[in-house]
Design a protein around this ligand. Structure first.
Ligand SMILES: CC(C)(COP(=O)(O)OP(=O)(O)OC[C@H]1O[C@@H](n2cnc3c(N)ncnc32)[C@H](O)[C@@H]1OP(=O)(O)O)[C@@H](O)C(=O)NCCC(=O)NCCS
Length: 152
C-alpha cells in the first residue's frame, strides 16, 4: 500500500470526525507536493497521518486533517507530527498553525493540550450543522511539548 491509499483508507474509518476530501484532492494537494506527515510506529508501520496546506511567509498554515489509528492513540504520535509541521511552517516564515475542529469531538482536548487556543466559532456544514472552532498556535511561541520535538 502506498501513502495515498493508506491516508484514504484511514480517512474512511473516521467520517464522523474528518470532513470528506475526494481522493484526487488528497493526492494532488497534499500527497504529491509533500504536504503531509506520516506517522509510523517503531516497526515502521504506518499508523496515522496529518495533511496541511503549503506553508507560506506571513500567512497561517492550515492543518486540514489529523488521524491516528484507534489502537495507537494517546502515545504522543499526533503531537510529534504537529511538531514536524510547526517546524516546516517556521522555516517557511508562516505566522501560525490554524485548523477547524468540531466542538463535539474529543480531538478538541488534544489540540488544547498541545497549546492551540480558540479564536472563533462558526456553524459549519449544511448537513451536520456542527459548531466548528477555529484554533491556532502562534509559531513564535509554540507551546508544543519539548518531548514531541525530541522524537523527530
Ligand atoms: C485527535 C488525534 C489525532 C490525537 O492523536 P494522538 O496520537 O492520540 O494524540 P497524542 O497522543 O499525541 O496526544 C497529545 C496530547 O493530547 C491529549 N489527548 C489526545 N487525545 C485526547 C482525547 N481524546 N481526550 C483528551 N486528551 C487527549 C493526550 O492526552 C496528550 O496530552 P498530554 O501530553 O498532556 O499527555 C486522534 O485521537 C484521532 O485520530 N482522532 C480521530 C480523528 C480526529 O478526531 N481528528 C481530529 C479532527 S479535528
Amino acid at each position: 500500500m502506498n501513502d495515498l491509499d493508506f491516508v484514504i483508507a484511514l480517512h474512511r474509518t473516521e467520517t464522523h470526525a474528518l470532513g470528506f476530501i475526494p481522493k484526487p484532492t488528497i493526492r494532488d494537494r497534499f500527497i504529491a507536493p509533500g504536504n503531509y506527515v506520516l506517522i509510523r510506529d517503531r516497526h515502521g508501520h504506518r499508523r496515522g497521518y496529518l495533511i496541511h496546506a503549503p506553508p507560506r511567509p506571513g500567512l497561517p498554515c492550515r492543518i486540514h486533517q489529523a488521524c491516528v489509528e484507534a489502537d495507537y492513540r494517546l502515545r504522543g504520535f499526533a503531537a510529534a507530527a504537529v511538531a514536524t509541521i510547526a517546524r516546516r511552517a517556521t522555516v517557511a516564515d508562516a505566522t501560525e498553525l490554524l485548523l477547524h475542529c468540531a466542538t463535539d469531538l474529543p480531538a478538541i482536548a488534544f489540540w488544547q493540550s498541545i497549546g492551540f487556543a480558540f479564536r472563533t466559532w462558526n456553524v459549519g456544514g449544511r448537513t451536520r450543522q456542527r459548531v466548528l472552532a477555529e484554533l491556532f498556535l502562534p509559531l513564535q511561541t509554540a507551546a508544543i511539548p519539548a518531548r514531541a520535538f525530541a522524537t523527530w
